[in-house]
Write a protein that binds this ligand. Structure first.
Ligand code: PCO
Length: 196
């Protein structure tokens, strides 16, 4: 007898990770994403994010900037950021650091992650989880940039108040992994419900 999952479509999740200390959570985040039935995960990491996790601890394919130019040598070769936008059904940037938030809100696409975002299909869900020091979060530019991301229909999973990497205590910590998983799982279930 077919179980509920047999006739469900596979959902491809592209997980972006950037240069916030919250990137230490990537291994557990990927582990929990992979527990969602019929989900595949690929990671795009910015150069700065590699300071915060050991890439051998990530149980899925992980792409970095140099992969873009190693796979493209001549016209006709695949363009990685376009291949990845085609492959993905859902984009989750967790954590989104202040630097990449600024890039996204201004259309800067100077690396693999921001190039995928710049070419993103607006009919597909785009989630982001800000993570930064409270003073950065409260800077006037942040609100301006959040409004621009809102106008692009990107969905914010808001930061929380916690003790931060520098010892400050306040808003700016990435949402708990459990919260992120709950939201993404809900979207996956809803999408699969539409696709049967
Ligand atoms: C690092 C972690 C995940 C520990 O629970 C949490 O504090 C967090 O998301 N912090 C936001 C980023 C940060 O701290 N920035 C650096 C200087 S303040």
């Amino acid at each position: 007898m077919a179980t509920g999952n047999d006739n469900k479509q596979n959902i491809n999740i592209l997980a972006g990770v950037t240069g916030s200390v919250a990137s230490i959570k990537l291994p557990i985040l990927v582990e929990k994403l992979l527990e969602i039935p019929k989900v595949s995960v690929r990671v795009i990491a910015t150069q700065n994010s590699f300071h915060f996790f050991d890439r051998t601890s990530i149980p899925c394919q992980i792409y970095e900037d140099k992969d873009e130019w190693q796979t493209w040598k001549k016209i006709g070769d695949p363009v990685l950021h376009i291949e990845l936008r085609r492959w993905a059904d859902l984009f989750l940037i967790a954590p989104l650091d202040a630097n990449t938030m600024a890039k996204l809100s201004h259309g800067i696409c100077d690396n693999l992650l921001t190039s995928v975002a710049r070419a993103w299909d607006p009919s597909k869900p785009f989630y982001y989880c800000p993570a930064m020091n409270t003073h950065m979060w409260q800077h006037p530019l942040t609100q301006e940039q959040l409004e621009k991301l809102q106008s692009l229909k990107y969905i914010q999973i808001p930061p929380i108040s916690k003790t931060l990497a520098c010892g400050d205590c306040g808003i700016g910590a990435m949402a708990d992994v459990s919260t992120i998983i709950e939201i993404v799982r809900g979207k996956v279930d809803a999408t699969q419900g539409l696709l049967v």
